[in-house]
Design a protein around this ligand. Sequence first.
Ligand SMILES: [Zn+2]
Length: 404
Amino acid sequence: MKMTVLYSIRPFLAHKWQQFKRTIFRLKTKFVVGREPASKISTVNSKVSQAGRCIYSEPEGLCDGTKPLHPKEHYLPAGLGNFRDDVRLRDYICIGCQEKFSKFEEVFMHHGPEAFFRHMIGVSGRKKSRKKNIFYEPTAGMSPLTVVAQVPGEDWTGLWQIEGVSKGSLMKQLVFRNQQNTDIHLALRPGKLAKDFARFRKVHKPLRLIAWVCDPKEEAEIDLVCADFLKGTRSEPQKLPAEGENIEGQMLAAISIPYLQAIAKIAFHYVLAHFPFTGLEPEFDDIKRFIYTGAEYERFVQWGNEPFIEQLKDPRTVSSYWCHLLSAQYDTNTVESRMQFFSGPQVRPLVWRVMLGASPNQVIGTHAKGFSYRYFDKADEEGYVGVMTPLAPAISESNSLRVK
Ligand SMILES: [Zn+2]
């Protein structure tokens, strides 16, 4: 089954949504991808901290600095895969902080728009991580990703699970309608319906049940849990939508505070990996506090639809391959980062802007560094899912980066 999906973000933090899939766009000529690395020898580049302690031991109140230091911290969550030539941070943070950060990276990996794209193009993370169905399983107590679309031949909408770039299937679910005649969906997790439904009913009421999709053996569980809702006459069992049918749907992914903490952490650690800062500069105290506590996110993280603001304004531009784009710059005033995850042939992802703080260095001009993290069609023999390539500074426009 083919699906056309509209990509949108639930409005509790953001309400902008945008269409993808039909918008084919290429990166504008304001970035130039650097030369492919000549060497095929793979090394894990490390940048070693000189601080001798976890950088989150300052300012006071974050890390107590007692845990051993982490030998290779990824600034990109490991779930995005390993990129050839990427840099690891050695001895910058302690194992305790790394564990703390991995909790909100988990939210980033499984619950934001990036989780959806990651699933779509089939990026797999660390081998030992358990496989999680992002369409059914909540992450850190938050409801899973949803793709909602009209069910062909029916007057109700359903939840769909997406496989690959353009295949979808109707999920197992219960479909309710509220007093405003809005469809409200509950994914069916066999064996867990009673618990899921109790929670669901508290949030959504009053409701009437209008349809459900399940295997025959799961019907008994629905009969039992939803007894109050099943008083009406039932239809004959309906056929599932035919294969190959075109569906147009909408993807909803919530952006939460832990998600924004993950974004800020990626930006800050990216800057540490690629710029001459130790991470102990007092100018970074506030961003470290935000990464730790998630308070006052508006001061630190913003998002928009304009790719890299000045560099990629043309709405038709998109990468011709799947990649992440990370950049940062500092001048005499501030340090800032801009990032896009899962830029690709069919997607124009959100642009994240992270304000990291005042500049610790009195410098002349703007120092900018950008990289693309381009996915291979499949992981190479050493397990790299892609390669990190520098984005060369533009010749015509100073202070900007170019990609072609
Ligand atoms: Zn620490």
